[in-house]
Write a protein that binds this ligand. Sequence first.
Ligand SMILES: Nc1ncnc2c1ncn2[C@@H]1O[C@H](COP(=O)(O)OP(=O)(O)OP(=O)(O)O)[C@@H](O)[C@H]1O
Ligand SMILES: [Mg+2]
Length: 254
Amino acid sequence: MALFRKKRGTDETMHYGAKLITIAKPQSQITEQFRTVRTNINFKAIDHDINTLAFTSAAISEGKSTVAANVAITYAQSGKKTLLIDGDLRRPTVHSTFSLSNRRGLTTILTSNNNKFNLDDFAQESGIENLSILTAGPIPPNPAELMGSKRMKTFIDFIKSYYEMVIIDLAPILEVSDTQELARELDGVVLVVRQAKTQKQAVKRAVEMLEFAQAHVLGYIMNDVKSEDAGYGYGYGYGKENKEKKSLFLWLKK
Ligand SMILES: Nc1ncnc2c1ncn2[C@@H]1O[C@H](COP(=O)(O)OP(=O)(O)OP(=O)(O)O)[C@@H](O)[C@H]1O
Ligand SMILES: [Mg+2]
């Protein structure tokens, strides 16, 4: 028996935050792809309003936090009053990404006995126009109960009237039950799939679980796709141009 389990993911974003290419390189082609994601989501909103949107994946480290933060930025940049919520109570990253305090956040709201939600006490400014942040807050012993609670549902309903777009970075659906509980309450859920990492079976199972939960699955984002597989696409990187050829994002419709 192995003494240590093989490490499946990386904790990099938990410590250093997600990379905000939409801020670092606003003219890059990958930033353009994030805008395309926004456009495609807006197209879906013709069928039904999309006011609350979540990103999840089958397993950990597929790029959810990176995608959620960058898509939230593109919404804010389009002039929409946007709130990014860190709903991954086990592996929170949003406070690191935006260099904010995580002393209070979503968990503080969910564990409070106060019947009224006073958002001003919790939502923080991101430093980016139109973008506010609700960090995860102190990690509780019972994340699944909190995320699936009636109070969370009431909170989502409440928050909708304050923001034009609410984006939630959720925990991976195959790893925790919280995500399934909440997914059905949201206007849209997008699955992030990391090409080289996610197993086909896991994607299938994740979609089944989301559909079983009656979530509105809008589609999925292929992350970290090697350019030769995609035939086209753009790099995702921060170094030299040749490094950027390594990986890219694609938005695929369902
Ligand atoms: N397209 C990409 N190319 C290169 N690195 C990437 C890409 N997408 C994500 N990463 C890196 O992979 C790691 C995991 O990304 P991220 O934290 O966004 O994933 P996650 O699904 O939110 O993970 P977790 O399950 O821990 O919440 C980070 O180090 C991030 O910088
Ligand atoms: Mg994450």
